[in-house]
Design a protein around this ligand. Structure first.
Ligand SMILES: [Zn+2]
Ligand SMILES: [Zn+2]
Length: 296
């Protein structure tokens, strides 16, 4: 009888342990995959073992983010989420083990969901022009007019292609809302009520949930002392009198979430409402509402 391939064995391990919340477990699985990759017979098996190792590493990054957020270290948690986002994206771009694709997609969505609970909206984005680089796969020194043909972030023979930049020119710094990398948050004195609220509700890093930002109208009586000529409390930068005042209420961000019900949690009918306090004392700003759903 032929011995099963290492990548097949390790894929089964992943599927059997998919929701395991142990950082150490995933770290060791990643190490095992890298060792096996060294002794793999062909490119197909090397690529599959790259995938196993990269999946384990991406999961480890997500668990690290969850742990950091749980300790109240929100910005480090944000950076770890960013790393996890890129790690899962690399797996989606190199789908060598199709049986795990559905999990890669789910985890990528989970990371995006967590990112949406953060208050960061604007980032500093440095733009660079690369003039000359060396390819990690073939070692060729390339320029934009004379590339080697290897595509960065694509995996060849179990190794990911990246470029060692030899010459680059910074072009500009811009403030953007959807940057390529999200580490450069504009300022750090933020409130993390939504992240904290979700953390308090969940019973672990893989507890199923979903959520989205919408809007809610808040009664004008709450803003009775807000001058009509001042900027609207909804942050539109328009005057209150020409923005929300003629409507039924002030339009404020609202995060609506659904959480899988677990023993010890309020039932589906119980709605948990968290009123958030805004910049000005006594002004309700954003709200978060959760519904716990049975059978998920
Ligand atoms: Zn190359
Ligand atoms: Zn308004």
């Amino acid at each position: 009888m032929r011995r099963p391939l290492a990548s097949t064995v390790l894929t089964t391990v992943i599927r059997d342990s998919i929701d395991r919340p142990s950082l150490t477990f995933w770290r060791q699985l990643g190490q095992k995959a890298r060792v096996r990759k060294g002794g793999a017979a062909d490119a197909v098996e090397k690529n599959r073992l790259w995938f196993v190792g990269a999946y384990a590493h991406a999961t480890e990054l997500y668990l690290d983010a969850y742990r950091k957020m749980g300790r109240g270290a929100f910005y480090p948690g944000w950076c770890a989420l960013e790393d996890a986002e890129h790690a899962f994206a690399r797996l989606e771009e190199n789908p060598f083990i199709p049986e795990l694709s559905v999990w890669v997609r789910q985890r990528a969505d989970l990371v995006t969901l967590w990112q949406s609970t953060f208050p960061y909206r604007h980032f500093i984005s440095p733009a660079m022009i690369y003039k000359r680089w060396e390819c990690s796969i073939c070692g060729k020194q390339s320029t934009p007019v004379d590339p080697c043909g290897h595509i960065p972030k694509r995996v060849y023979n179990g190794e990911m292609c990246f470029r060692r930049i030899l010459e680059a020119h910074p072009r500009e710094m811009s403030i953007v809302t959807d940057p390529v990398q999200k580490y450069s948050v504009l300022q750090l004195d933020y409130r993390y009520d939504t992240v904290q609220y979700v953390l308090d509700l969940l019973q672990g890093p893989f507890h199923p949930w979903s959520g989205e930002w919408t809007y809610k109208r808040h009664l004008h009586t709450k803003f009775a002392d807000h001058p009509h000529d001042d900027a609207c409390p909804c942050d539109s930068k328009l005057r209150y009198a020409e923005c929300c005042l003629p409507t039924e209420g002030v339009r404020m961000p609202h995060f609506q979430l659904e959480v899988a019900w677990r023993p010890g949690m309020p039932s589906m009918d119980d709605i948990i409402l968290l009123p958030r306090r805004g910049r000005e004392e006594g002004t309700e700003d954003r709200t978060v509402r959760a519904v716990a759903l049975r059978g998920r």
